[in-house]
Design a protein around this ligand. Structure first.
Ligand code: NAD
Length: 481
């Protein structure tokens, strides 16, 4: 069975404990690789390596840093098929999705930030004939990057690439649930000639490895993507140490559908925004509000299409919905379907584990699930489920739907469907969310700031905002008279 290793100081090494954790293929429910059960000793080595590498890397000309990062991007592209297959097995997501979204986007992250840093500039301010002020943007130091399992390489590289481009060195921890593509990334970095110690990847559990990164006095910045509860814990450790923090957390995103929308476009996009990646994208629209005049039609069409989605092994070409990431996550999702029924909800389709025949019979499959009849403020409609489960609710008035949409503690993303641009803009202004999609979903220009409000997070990643985060401004004032 394959045993992966940590990537510390340019080398692939065993954890000091020599202990390993089982890594399960969710499509089969079987252990298929072993990952280091690292602890604070491994993190210490990684931090020391990153600290030692910082001076040289931060003084490496941007052009040279950019070339190395672009090499990494090319190597990801060159290995697209291999990476996509591994990501699909590791995560349970349809291979097609890994091939068209996750891995290309990981390559794009490196390319975008490699080229972006070349155009990132600082400011100068003249105080007429008295003084000149200029602002240096200097890399913060060793960045701690911690990522989740839902878009493993995509989100891992979304942090690492801007950190490295900015001149920071990095200690990173991928999710222990989906570590395999991060391991391949370490091999790619070695091939690409990334200097030793610039990126260090430590595998293992959150409370051990993640916590050691967050509490290290030599890591002044934490970029975290994951659950809101974990984010709160991280903030409680990092804030008293005055660390720079970016927290990208959970969501319970509203999808608001007005009767005057382009119905066909809305319906096909809503299929994606509800069930892509088994509903395990933080940006999925899990609460669907539909204007009453088209509610019954929408319900019939939506349920009919959801029933036709093929649930099955991620590597099958016709699979639209693969396996959810783990047994415990499957149980959590199904417990929410139970709860929804206790809260008075009616399951219109799905709601059960699906048993796929043959070698995949122990895999963690859940049928796409649509629930109606719930109050907007019940737990099912307030808590993040993060699976192929959505609720549908009718509404009559704009103010009413805005009140329901804004009623959760989350504020990550939202979608509005209407052909009336004035109404769309008005609603977009009133929604409490970091992202509003009008007549589309998951479209993004990488230059735009990304992140949520309320319990969906603090700070913004993406675009040049990421460079602002991974660097610190230093103002220099020169008296000229
Ligand atoms: P999680 O919070 O359980 O884990 C995320 C990462 O944090 C993992 O690497 C984990 O090992 C680590 N971790 C756990 N405990 C830790 C601790 N005490 N200290 C430091 N690190 C620790 O989240 P998850 O289950 O992996 O991911 C799903 C969640 O991520 C969902 O809530 C989803 O909405 C959210 N998410 C948010 C975004 C976004 O951009 N806002 C994107 C993707 C996923």
């Amino acid at each position: 069975m394959e045993k992966i290793r940590n990537y510390i100081n340019g080398e692939l090494v065993e954890p000091i404990s020599k202990a390993y954790i089982d890594n399960v293929d969710p499509s089969r429910g079987k252990v298929y690789s072993l990952i280091p059960d690292s602890d604070e000793r491994d993190v210490e080595l990684a931090v020391a390596a990153a600290k030692a590498a910082f001076k040289e890397w931060s003084n490496t000309p941007k052009e040279k840093r950019a070339r190395i990062l672009q090499r990494i991007s090319f190597l990801i592209e060159e290995n697209l098929d291999k990476l996509a297959l591994i990501e699909s097995v590791d995560n349970g997501k349809p291979l097609h999705l890994a091939k068209t979204v996750d891995i290309p986007r990981a390559a794009a992250n490196f390319n975008f930030y490699a080229t972006g840093i070349l155009h990132y500039s600082a400011h100068a301010h003249s105080m007429e004939d008295t003084a000149i002020n200029y602002t240096l943007r200097q890399p913060v130091g060793v960045a701690g990057c911690i990522s989740p399992w839902n878009l493993p390489l995509y989100l891992f590289t979304w942090k690492i690439a801007p950190a490295l481009a900015s001149g920071c060195t990095v200690v990173a921890k991928p999710s222990e649930v989906t570590p395999m593509t991060a391991y391949l990334l370490s091999e790619i970095c070695i091939t690409a000639g990334l200097p030793k110690g610039v990126l260090n990847i430590v595998h293992g559990l959150g409370p051990k490895v993640g916590n050691a990164i967050v509490s290290s006095k030599d890591v002044p910045l934490i970029s975290f993507t994951g659950g809101t509860k974990t984010g709160a814990h991280i903030a409680s450790v990092a804030a008293p140490m005055f660390k720079k923090l970016s927290l990208e957390l959970g969501g319970k995103n509203p999808n608001i559908i007005f009767a005057d929308c382009d119905y066909e476009k809305m319906l096909s996009t809503t299929m994606h925004s509800s069930f892509s990646n088994q509903g395990q994208i933080c940006l999925c629209g899990s609460r669907i509000f539909v204007e009453r005049s088209i509610y019954e039609k929408f319900k019939t069409d939506f349920v009919e299409r959801a029933k036709k989605l093929t649930v099955g092994p991620p590597t099958n070409a016709d699979t639209k919905v693969g396996a959810v990431v783990s047994k415990s996550h499957m149980e959590k999702i199904l417990s929410y379907v139970e709860l929804a029924q206790q809260e008075g909800g009616k399951v219109l389709c799905g709601g059960k584990r699906k048993i796929v025949e043959g070698e995949f019979k122990d895999g963690f499959y859940i049928e796409p699930t649509i629930i109606e009849g719930l109050a907007y403020d019940c737990r099912t409609n307030q808590e993040e489920i993060f699976g192929p489960v959505v609720t549908i609710m009718p509404f009559d008035k704009e103010e009413e739907v805005l009140m329901m949409a804004n009623s959760t503690m989350y504020g990550l993303a939202s979608t509005v469907w209407t052909q009336d641009i004035t109404k769309a803009t008005r609603v977009a202004n009133e929604i409490h969310a970091g992202i509003v999609w009008i007549n589309c979903w998951l479209l993004r220009d990488l230059r735009t700031p990304f992140g949520g409000v309320k319990s969906s997070g603090v700070g913004r990643e993406g675009g040049f905002e990421a460079f602002d985060f991974f660097t610190e401004p230093k103002n220099v004032c020169i008296k000229i008279k």
